[in-house]
Design a protein around this ligand. Structure first.
Ligand SMILES: CC(C)(COP(=O)(O)OP(=O)(O)OC[C@H]1O[C@@H](n2cnc3c(N)ncnc32)[C@H](O)[C@@H]1OP(=O)(O)O)[C@@H](O)C(=O)NCCC(=O)NCCS
Length: 192
């Protein structure tokens, strides 16, 4: 049995039944410890920052303080995965600068920061589903641009983001010099 409290025989059942009874729901600050635990389990003690840059507890706490900024996938009470977004307010470092969107629209931008799916639940499109739910909920609230950064060495994540309607706009250096694709979706009425 893997770590994380998974039930005996769980993996076998999962292989037979690809349609798991998963619940997708907005996640708030009460999920902070579980998100950190999953990140630690997935990234390991020495994360490869060229592929995945772990978030700090302070970053996660700040993002989770915005209601609806994260979605979680739960199997019973197990955290199968999460996706979390931020809403950049500072002009400096804003992804809109990289692709030249009007400054008046900087305040209605969503950045998908991180998605993590526990290895036992991968291959079912969970990342895609969580990102789609997140994006749709924020478009209904008036978000007009969606951004994300993704390593070109992370094909699973790139594929999910592209399937959610984002497109690769350029390559930038992030997190102290690591290559990232900057992805963007113009979510304004009529542009999707
Ligand atoms: C990235 C991640 C969230 C994706 O989880 P997931 O939702 O289970 O994604 P899937 O396994 O459904 O993969 C999505 C697609 O990429 C494909 N894929 C997966 N690994 C791949 C690889 N190494 N090369 C090419 N394609 C790959 C899958 O086959 C799938 O495509 P398909 O539906 O056509 O078969 C998960 O792998 C993860 O948690 N990784 C560690 C953390 C991370 O890197 N997060 C993203 C950066 S923030």
């Amino acid at each position: 049995m893997r770590s994380g409290g998974y039930k005996s025989g769980f993996i076998v059942i999962m292989r037979i039944n690809r349609e798991l009874p998963l619940r997708f729901l907005p996640a708030g600050p009460e999920f902070l410890d579980r998100f950190l635990a999953l990140q630690t389990e997935v990234a390991g003690p020495v994360p490869d920052h060229s592929v995945f840059h772990p978030d700090t507890p302070d970053e996660l706490a700040a993002w989770l303080s915005v209601p609806g900024a994260a979605f979680a996938a739960l199997y019973d009470d197990l955290l199968a995965g999460y996706t979390i977004a931020s809403f950049p307010v500072e002009k400096s470092g804003h992804p809109g600068l990289d692709i030249g969107i009007p400054e008046a629209e900087f305040s209605s931008c969503l950045v998908i920061e991180t998605s993590i799916v526990h290895p036992d639940f991968r291959g079912r499109g969970l990342q895609q589903r969580m990102i789609k739910d997140l994006i749709e909920s924020w478009i209904q609230k008036g978000v007009s641009h969606v951004f994300s950064y993704c390593s070109p060495k992370n094909p699973a994540s790139l594929k999910s983001l592209l399937r959610c309607g984002l497109g690769i706009r350029k390559t930038v250096l992030k997190f102290g010099g690591f290559e990232r694709c900057l992805l963007h979706m113009d979510a304004k009425d009529g542009n999707r």
